[in-house]
Design a protein around this ligand. Structure first.
Ligand code: GAL
Length: 658
């Protein structure tokens, strides 16, 4: 466990050594406590195969340490050097089109290439031997933003071996994938392709599992070289990309100490009701606080408009991240290299080596982090509400959206936003995680269902939990085959209803009940009450395509000591909020009503008390009514009653004891 850290990505290899002292002086001025180094510096560390040059890196680490700045070291495997590609062309990935990736950008590697594994192990081993026990290196980041999927012949052979391990026999595989359909039956493992474009749904799903396994193996190779050199206090992480979906993040975070992510807005401004879900997702990978390993200092260079964040917005974003469980925030990057692909990216220092206007905002954040680091040390996020996230369900829906506008992540976020608007802490967790600590569980589009999942949800409701099932639930098995039952599969027993048919919508259809008069967009499911069951009908569809007219849209069923809501509609925003409020009220979960744009979030301190982050995410002044006298740890002031918030203002408050 470490205190809240504030930092930057620093690339000393871009600059002459004479410059470093000035950079470090400016970092100190900005209250930087940690610098991330090395993650693209392979050619500087190993200019020739097997010949290492770490002197410069050691010098930089030492100079930073003398200034009280710790180092996080990145393994440089996301930027394999030119000599490697030249000598071992098979280390280059093959794109979907069959074209080989070109050298000169980054992440051009084939994640399964044996030559690439050998080279990666060698550089990681050498770095670990040199820096693993350095008192200045507090942690390691493996690679950078795993992302590429390779389609080369070697990957195909490994995929076939993976399938053999998974299915045992071709008969099993053929059965699960229904390969009699379109004469797809396989009589030899070597016949099975890597799916490119639309394909058999079973094949497509299991290929994602293979991509996950590929990165897991690659990561493990690095861990095997690194861990033996690290003292127990030194951690290992990886910087993921939020909702990026090429692999299962729950599997990939199993073997590292905590998850990190890189948060960029690109074009536009923060929408905290949506970004909160990504912080909570990252925290949920290991159900632990996380690091924000990269975030944007002002603007990026890769988006449509690359507008700058408003003055003050980055500070609000920083505290938003901390309020959702970030234990560190690092800006990418300190200073742009004079050459290279990212010359126009935001930074703290400009091309002349001087401070950009953003520097002052960063400095303020650094100073405030230092101010509350002791208070927040060891604090965690506690939640009674879980949103279940399932990669298999997401992938299956992405392969066959049925309505091109239906997006798994957007749908999950739709549910998240209504909770976040009421300032509730939410854990976004794996659909296979334990549910013991929760009172309310929402399972958006939990398409893939098996007995273990159904049993766990049943036990949760049985003991008094409230479960929300939404559209597109309980339709597929683990092989992406249709379940031979109506939706929601075996959960129907809990729900008291089944789905007699589902409809992709051309236009919104009316949905009305006591709670709201609204519409369902994109999707609607006609519910039917099961014989012998008597759920409460919360809403019905209005006149639309004839099939849905007057049919049940939303039902609430008691089961065991708990309740199940089945929501067959994808509601408009206002109706979604009304339904969510009702569900939260039913569950007696505490909501904070705040003006739009004001976020209030608690972290639980080590003494068990909550500390609240109150953030104005708008440019306009706002007033917040405090339920009690509050001590603001940033200003040292006590406020009671109405508290004024200027645009982008932040307060970090605890309840003032009388
Ligand atoms: C990230 C990447 C960084 C930097 C940044 C620019 O995806 O990890 O190295 O390129 O984007 O926004």
């Amino acid at each position: 466990m470490q205190k809240l850290q504030f930092g930057v990505a620093y690339y000393p290899e871009h600059w002459p050594q004479e410059r470093w002292a000035e950079d470090i002086r400016l970092m100190q001025a900005a209250h930087v406590t940690v610098a991330r180094l090395g993650e693209f510096a392979w050619s500087s560390m190993e200019p020739v195969e097997g010949q290492f040059n770490f002197a410069w890196l050691e010098k930089a680490i030492e100079m930073l340490a003398e200034a009280g700045i710790a180092t996080v070291l990145g393994t440089p495997t996301a930027a394999p050097p030119a000599w490697l590609a030249q000598k071992y062309p098979t280390t280059l990935a093959t794109e979907e089109t069959g074209r080989q990736a070109q050298f000169g950008n980054r992440c051009h590697y084939c994640v399964n290439s044996p030559e690439f594994h050998t080279a990666s192990r060698r550089i990681v081993q050498a770095m670990a031997a040199r820096f693993g026990s350095s008192p200045h290196v507090i942690g390691w980041q493996l690679d950078n933003e795993y992302n590429r999927v390779c389609y080369c012949d070697h990957c195909r052979a490994e995929f076939q071996a993976f399938l053999r391990e998974r299915y045992g026999t071709l008969d099993e595989l053929n059965r699960h994938w229904s390969t009699a359909y379109w004469s797809q039956s396989y009589s030899d493992w070597a016949q099975i392709p890597i799916p490119i474009g639309p394909h058999n749904p079973g094949l497509m799903l299991v290929f994602r599992h293979f991509v996950t396994r590929s990165y897991q193996n690659f990561q493990q190779a690095q861990l095997d070289e690194l861990r033996p050199h690290l003292p127990p206090s030194v951690w290992v992480t990886h910087n993921f990309m939020g909702w990026f979906g090429a692999f299962d993040h729950y599997t990939l975070t199993r073997d590292i100490d905590f998850a990190s992510w890189d948060w960029y807005i690109g074009t536009g401004h923060i929408d905290y009701l949506t970004t909160g879900a990504i912080h909570d997702l990252t925290r949920g990978f290991k159900q632990k606080n996380f690091w924000l390993m990269e975030t944007q200092p002002g603007n990026v260079n890769w988006s449509k408009t690359n507008n700058v964040l408003n003055r003050g917005e980055a500070r609000a974003m920083a505290w938003h991240a901390v309020a959702h469980g970030a234990d560190a925030l690092l800006y990418w990057q300190w200073r742009s290299a004079l050459g290279g692909q990212e010359q126009y990216h935001g930074s703290l220092i400009d091309q002349s080596g001087r401070q950009r206007p953003f520097f002052d905002e960063a400095k303020r954040i650094g100073q405030e982090f230092a101010q509350v680091a002791d208070l927040l040390f060891g604090s965690i996020i506690q939640s009674k509400v879980a949103l279940l996230n399932c990669y298999d369900s997401r992938w299956s829906l992405e392969f066959q959206r049925h309505n091109s506008e239906f997006d798994y992540v957007r749908h999950l976020t739709h549910w998240y936003r209504a909770l976040a608007a009421r300032n509730l802490n939410v854990d976004v967790i794996s659909a296979d995680a334990a549910l013991d600590q929760y009172e309310l569980v929402i399972a958006p589009a939990l398409l893939v269902l098996d007995e273990a999942r159904a049993e766990k949800l049943k036990a949760f409701v049985q003991r008094g939990g409230r479960l929300v099932l939404t559209v597109r639930t309980g339709m597929k098995d683990r092989h992406n085959a249709l379940l031979p039952q109506r939706q929601p599969g075996t959960l129907a027993e809990l729900a008291g209803v089944e789905v007699v048919d589902y409809y992709s919508l051309l236009e919104p259809v009316p949905v009305a009940g006591e709670l709201f008069q609204g519409t369902s967009q994109l999707w609607a499911e006609r519910l039917q009450i099961l014989d012998g069951q008597s759920p409460v009908v919360l809403a019905c569809f209005g006149a639309s395509n004839g099939w849905l007219d007057d049919q049940v849209a939303i039902a609430l069923n008691p089961y065991g000591n708990g309740f199940v809501y089945t929501v067959g509609a994808y509601l408009d925003v206002a109706s979604q909020q009304a339904l969510t409020d009702q569900i939260l009220n039913d569950a007696r979960l505490e909501m904070f009503e705040t003006p739009p744009g004001i976020e209030v979030r608690p972290r639980t301190l080590v003494n068990g008390e909550p500390v609240y982050f109150i953030i104005n995410h708008t440019r306009l002044p706002q007033t917040v009514s405090l339920p009690w006298a509050a001590f603001d740890h940033l200003t040292g002031k006590i406020s009671a009653g109405e508290m004024e918030f200027a645009g982008y203002a932040v307060a970090i408050v605890t309840r003032q004891k009388d």
